[in-house]
Design a protein around this ligand. Structure first.
Ligand SMILES: Cc1ncc(COP(=O)(O)O)c(C=O)c1O
Length: 421
């Protein structure tokens, strides 16, 4: 099979191919880490310059009323469009970790669910730390971490059995960070509801690349970061979604003035807003929100279904080429093979993963720099953000890895793991 020819053909027919020009690109680099930190949209440079020079630099405090307060609302509205929620069910602000804390604490205090906190061994460490930190508010002063045999994919039967036997408040990553496993969200939400439980979904690896529909999937609560497939920039604020069905029972543990029903009345007594705004705490981070607005505009323009379709095609192509070119070198695919169970990165494993990553990042005279990421112990994550990754990028990546393995180039690289790619 001529994989190069197939890649070129697929790129020619790619409806999203023009979106790459909306980002700052380096022609000598293939960026496969958009699942960690998305690229910089050119429009964000322009928008940030405008905000810094004009709105902050010249208009100063007046900009709150002129633009900044309204900007927050606009961003919330765009986010709600992206996940198909009502527009008063979403906020964008603060980190994913903080928003997760707010939702879980609030659910524990809501008396709507048994005070059991459960996650699994596929979840992102920060989520596990947050959950662990809340154990004093649970019924038995302990949390449950479901340990599937593998840390790469969920055993749905074990998960369901746990929900039946230990109903309560669950937190799962919709797409897992290590292997890109994608949970059947609707099936699990319905199962949880039948068993008096709720699942809070961490959508960090899904938002902007998976067509999340909170209404169709009956999702009640979710959070997720905006710096991966939404290209909001390093540390950009996360989103928080709470369905109206449960909002009335929930209170923000952080009672800051932006969660007050009338923040600008400056009353000494805290009275929470009676809508999603009660989950606000402090002043919006204007500079960090600007690129989120741009990132959302680009994703909404491309269409989340088109993005997901291209992501599936890229994934299927990548799996085929890995199977064909790399299996003989003991490279294993650690991600689900079935597209409906996979997000937008594919993890491959090799005992020399660390040194292979170092060589990819280094590039060479006849070789582009390729930026994947390494995750211990031996995982290389190849993230393909459909807005700027092409089929030929994936072809070149696999050919480069093949060259490295064929020539045992990794033997020339120091084994010490002092840096993270
Ligand atoms: C799945 C997942 N959850 C949570 C986090 C933590 O997000 P934050 O740093 O915004 O708190 C990350 C960060 O990469 C993540 O990938």
């Amino acid at each position: 099979m001529d994989f190069r020819k197939i890649a070129l053909e697929k790129d020619r027919h790619d409806d999203l191919k023009n979106f790459k020009s909306k980002f700052l690109n380096n022609s000598n680099e293939i960026y496969l880490d958009g699942n960690s930190l998305g690229k910089l949209p050119l429009k964000s440079i322009e928008n940030l310059n405008e905000v810094i020079n004009k709105q902050w630099g010249q208009n100063l405090i007046r900009s709150w009323n002129d633009t900044w307060l309204k900007m927050s609302e606009k961003i919330n509205l765009k986010m709600s469009k992206l996940i198909n929620s009502d527009n008063d069910e979403v906020l964008v602000g603060e980190s994913t970790s903080v928003n997760l804390y707010k939702i879980l604490y609030s659910l524990l205090k809501s008396n709507q669910f048994k005070k059991n906190l459960v996650t699994d061994n596929l979840n992102f460490p920060s989520d596990i730390y947050i959950i662990e930190g809340l154990k004093e508010y649970t019924e038995k002063n302990e949390i449950t971490i479901i340990d599937y045999e593998s840390n790469l994919s969920c055993d749905i039967n074990i998960l369901k059995k746990t929900i039946q036997e230990n109903p309560g408040i669950y937190c799962l990553s919709l797409v897992t960070y290590k292997s890109s496993f994608l949970y059947p969200i609707k099936e699990l939400n319905e199962f949880a509801e039948r068993n008096k439980s709720i699942i809070v979904w961490d959508c960090s690896h899904a938002i902007g690349v998976i067509d999340i529909d909170v209404k169709a999937s009956k999702t009640k609560a979710a959070i997720g970061c905006t710096y991966k497939f939404l290209n909001g920039g390093p540390g950009s604020p996360s989103f928080l979604y709470v369905s109206k069905d449960i909002l009335n029972h929930m209170q923000n543990p952080i009672k800051g003035w932006f969660g007050h029903s009338k923040p600008f009345n400056f009353e000494n007594k805290y009275k929470p807003a009676d809508n999603i705004n009660k989950f606000n705490a402090g002043t919006p981070s204007v500079l960090s929100l600007i690129p989120v607005n741009t990132g959302l505009d680009i994703v909404l323009e491309a269409g989340i279904k088109n993005i997901r379709n291209k992501s599936i095609e890229l994934g299927e192509y990548l799996i085929k080429i890995i199977n064909n070119e790399l299996y003989k070198f003991d490279v294993k695919i650690a991600s689900p093979i079935e597209s409906s169970s996979r997000g937008s990165h594919i993890t491959i494993q090799h005992k020399e993963a660390w040194r292979i990553c170092k060589l990819l990042v280094k590039g060479g005279q006849k070789r582009k720099k390729i930026i994947p990421d390494f995750r211990p112990e031996n995982n290389i994550r190849l993230g393909f953000s459909p807005l700027y990754v092409s089929f030929i990028d994936l072809y070149e990546t696999i050919q480069t890895i093949k060259d490295i393995l064929e020539n045992k180039e990794y033997l020339k690289i120091d084994e010490s793991k002092s840096e993270v790619t």
